[in-house]
Design a protein around this ligand. Structure first.
Ligand code: ZN
Ligand code: ZN
Length: 92
């Protein structure tokens, strides 16, 4: 199981991963190590920067992360719902 925490950094460039830009998204290679997309593209020949195992650049797998840990789902929040309703005040 591959897990990346939102605070994880790439072991090559030591930059935190990002999800807005393709180049900053974490990708896994067959040996199980994870690096950002741009570092994997820049690695020539294609050997894992950590364990030197060869990988196919076409075969890297993008990692999906639940980066907001559910906090983004505010449509189902009962607190938000009731606040919105209460904001609509009849003034006549
Ligand atoms: Zn990197
Ligand atoms: Zn590796």
């Amino acid at each position: 199981m591959l897990i990346v925490h939102p605070s994880s950094v790439c072991d090559v460039c030591l930059e935190p991963y990002g999800w807005e830009e393709q180049a900053r998204t974490p990708h896994a290679i067959p040996c199980g190590h994870i690096f950002c997309y741009s570092c994997l593209q820049l690695t020539t020949p294609s050997n894992c920067p950590l364990c030197r195992k060869a990988f196919l650049p076409q075969r890297i797998k993008k990692i999906h992360v639940d980066r907001f840990n559910g906090a983004i789902d505010d449509s189902s929040s009962p607190v938000c719902g009731s606040l919105t309703k209460r904001a609509k005040v009849h003034d006549r």
